[in-house]
Design a protein around this ligand. Sequence first.
Ligand code: FES
Length: 409
Amino acid sequence: MTQASLGESVVQKTVHAQQNNGVSAAVTHTQPLWLLAEVTYRCPLHCAFCYNPTDYDKHTQNELTTEQWIEALRDARKLGAIQLGISGGEPLLRDDIEDIVIEAKKLGYYSNLITSGVGLTEKRIQAFKDGGLDHIQLSMHDITEEINNFITNTKTFELKKKVAAMIKNHGYPMVLNVVIHRYNIGHMKEILEMAQALGADYIELANTQYYGWSLVNRNQLMPTKEQVDEAEAITNEFRANPNNKMKIFFVVPDYFSDRPKKCMNGWGEVFMIVTANGDVLPCHSARSLPNMQFPNVRDSGLAYAWKDSPAFNKYRGDSWMKEPCRSCSEKENDLGGCRCQAFLLSGDAEIADPVCTKSPYRHLIDQAIEDSKNPVLVAQPIVFRNDKNSKRIIAGELNDRVEGFHSLP
Ligand code: FES
């Protein structure tokens, strides 16, 4: 799953209020439609582009129990959530996903397992089918074993193809997610052909967005604008072919756009994440923001988190905006872009997302594009997502790589 695909096309309205728990904010009359359960940060893969927090190692020893997850599912359903994503890390590293699936079905969720495929066996997929899991999204990485294994720092190429067949054989729609970056963007046509050969019904070509590990590895991962344009043209050509039956979603990368995305379809509008340790967040990267206290399901219910917590109200609506967003005629379209990206790049969470060409900070994006062509920076080794590197980042050992970003999560 990628940030850009979440809650897409769902538009909800907020009504503005003056104060909420001491925070000037917009109070929502909306409901969370999406609950993303990031059930664990443990993962057998070590992807260079992972959006999980770089300090995830702090949260691997205090995961919520099965009972706590079931309670969270019930709580979110009462608030109106209808889509459940079961994600990670790799969710299949937990042995209670079957129980979570059964409960999700009872509660009436449309449930989606978001997986690398590692750990998916015939026995488990049958249990998911029997339990009522609606959908499985499988990540793929390339058509070549070499790039698949390199970018994930594992040997998983053959396994992924087997898992894809298993998903199809159990009557699930074949939904693939491929994160696109410098190493595979030249294989777009072949990736689409592979998806077609696997019988994919839907493929998401998710150009890397730069958060978490992918921000650390930005110079190593970012393709050129020409490569992105070519990839999009190949995708459009493939789409237009009458023989193509797949739905293809091409996530345009922020850095090569003039306007930012309406991140998460608006802060606290449709989307709620419960993390492995129970923190409740409006977006994946929210814990990178300064001076924010996020609620935790161990201390309070999700109704408090969604409706009343200062964190969820802080960037709702537009009352928090500064210029140029405040008086911008386009502000309803993007709500000033992504708060986390604004903070990570500029150190100020309330500025216009630097992606916007109206932002006084757009030069940060242009510089990043230039840096990704700088052979000295590009030659730095990739920092793969693994426990050792997460510990090193927490200990400050990789500050030379991360100090350019503010409080990298
Ligand atoms: Fe965009 Fe946090 S990731 S607001």
